[in-house]
Design a binder for this molecule. Structure first.
Ligand SMILES: Nc1ncnc2c1ncn2[C@@H]1O[C@H](COP(=O)(O)OP(=O)(O)OP(=O)(O)O)[C@@H](O)[C@H]1O
Ligand SMILES: [Mg+2]
Length: 265
């Protein structure tokens, strides 16, 4: 079986970055939103594709809670948030955001292919793709459909998480998606009361420049403002969180600008 079939390029989209982990709940969507916000704050044209079709969370994190995405039966139209970020998520097509999507794999794959290929993304400098947890159906379709310029892996420093994250790193490698590096999340907690740094998810390793065989882009501490935020609006997050987001965006820009942009179709 050909694991990596020929992909359909989207001529208006310069570069696509995937946010993966394999593990659920480690901060993929948080990192996707921080990265998108930081890139948009630089005046770049940014889109976010929520590939987590059964557990979408991006619209709210990007400050969208009232708008609906549109479709004319052929093309899908993303919603544009206040920062100018184009957002497409299955939640934006649901009548009620708490309705579950109870679809089997082939239907989910078709939806993801449409999100990529049948959507009016317009011209984008970066499209950020937020992966679902796991290494099965949707993740496989995403890797086989979308030409990623780079993948950012998110992990918490816990032994059992590392094993699962390693599976997703191997998956990306097998599917020829270049990995930019690792965002380590929640190694430490910054006490909202006294500002002291406390070890939170501590697997005995020390903070370092490489982990799981990947360069560490940044180690994000647990922050109360991130945990409690209804959305992560650029104008509302602290300077410290912005600085962390900027480090992820710097690295994304640096590494993929060295690579060739998506070729014309
Ligand atoms: N650095 C952080 N500080 C505080 N809370 C955080 C941080 N990172 C993530 N969280 C919180 O942890 C939870 C999981 O984060 P998030 O939804 O980004 O993870 P995920 O990997 O996308 O999850 P899923 O696999 O379900 O899609 C959320 O409630 C989020 O607000
Ligand atoms: Mg998520």
């Amino acid at each position: 079986m050909d694991l990596v079939p020929e992909k359909k390029h989207n001529p208006g989209i310069k570069r696509v970055i995937g946010i993966t982990s394999g593990k659920g709940g480690v901060g993929k969507s948080t990192v996707a939103v921080l990265l998108a916000q930081s890139l948009a704050s630089r005046g770049l044209k940014v889109g976010v594709l929520d590939a987590d079709l059964t557990g979408p969370s991006l619209p709210r994190l990007l400050g969208i809670d009232t708008f609906r995405a549109e479709s004319d039966g052929k093309r899908l139209y993303p919603v544009i948030n206040e920062e100018g970020i184009k957002v497409l998520s299955i939640n934006l097509f649901s009548e009620h955001e708490d309705e579950p999507v109870i679809w089997r794999g082939p239907l989910l794959a078709k939806a993801l292919e449409q999100f990529w290929g049948d959507t009016e993304w317009g011209d984008l400098d970066f499209l950020i793709v937020d992966f679902p947890p796991g290494t099965s159906d949707i993740a496989l379709t995403a890797f086989q459909t979308i030409p990623f310029a780079g993948i950012i892996v998110v992990a918490t420093p816990q032994d059992y998480v590392s094993i699962i994250v390693t599976k997703s790193i191997k998956m990306a490698t097998m599917l020829n998606a270049p990995i930019i590096g690792l965002v380590e999340n929640m190694r430490t907690l910054i006490c909202p009361g006294c500002g002291e740094t406390v070890s939170l998810f501590d697997d005995g390793s020390t903070e370092g420049t490489t982990r799981l065989g990947l360069p560490v882009i940044v180690s994000l501490p647990w922050r109360k403002e991130v945990a409690q935020a209804r959305s992560l609006r650029w104008s509302q997050i602290s300077e410290a969180t912005k600085k962390d987001a900027d480090r992820i965006a710097d690295e994304a820009e640096r590494s993929v600008l060295q690579a060739e942009p998506c070729p014309a179709p």
